[in-house]
Design a protein around this ligand. Structure first.
Ligand SMILES: [Zn+2]
Length: 170
């Protein structure tokens, strides 16, 4: 399972709502979780592996040895949000780029689990940040879209570099 790198056009398509909660979905979530650990990430959204579905996996520890924080969210949606703060983010689809991004501090998320059952969870800080970053992927939105003008300028050269690497591979 390969993680797509910017500016692969599939990343901009985001995901469609999940309607089939079956063994295939469970297997996809398992494989995404493994790919996330392999790549050293803390979250991964289905469009990042070329699957246009509203599915994301995460583990704030990013460690296969500490799986207590693993979460799989289907069709997630922010239902409540409060407070804003900046924090550093990176993304498996943007290797080598880290930047300060403004996010909600406290959120409540409505989602479905792998059985299709409706669930609600609240999150704050780092976990809240990861969820917002991954939900963005489901809408085809990138963390670099949310940077201040100064941060955008700072990462510009690196984005151009990724673009020319992509063209060289294509
Ligand atoms: Zn990302």
């Amino acid at each position: 399972m390969q993680v797509l790198i910017y500016p692969d056009p599939v990343l901009r398509r985001g995901g469609q709502p999940i309607t089939q909660f079956d063994g295939n979905l469970r297997e996809l979530a398992d494989r995404m979780m493994e790919a996330m650990y392999e790549e050293g990430g803390v979250g991964l959204a289905a469009p990042q592996v070329g699957v246009e579905q509203k599915l994301l996996v995460l583990n704030p520890s990013g460690s296969k040895q500490d799986r207590a924080g693993e979460l799989v969210l289907c069709n997630p949606k922010l239902t409540r949000k409060k407070g804003r703060e900046f924090g550093e983010e990176g993304c498996l689809s943007f290797p080598g780029i880290h930047a300060e991004v403004e996010r909600w501090i406290d959120i409540t998320v409505g989602y479905q689990d792998l059985d299709g059952k409706e669930q609600t969870m609240s999150a704050t800080g780092w976990l809240s940040r990861i969820i917002q970053h991954e939900i963005d992927h489901l809408e085809g939105v990138f963390f670099v879209d949310r940077l201040t003008a100064t941060e955008k300028m700072r990462v510009k050269a690196k984005l151009v570099e990724l673009e020319s690497e992509y063209r060289a591979r294509a």
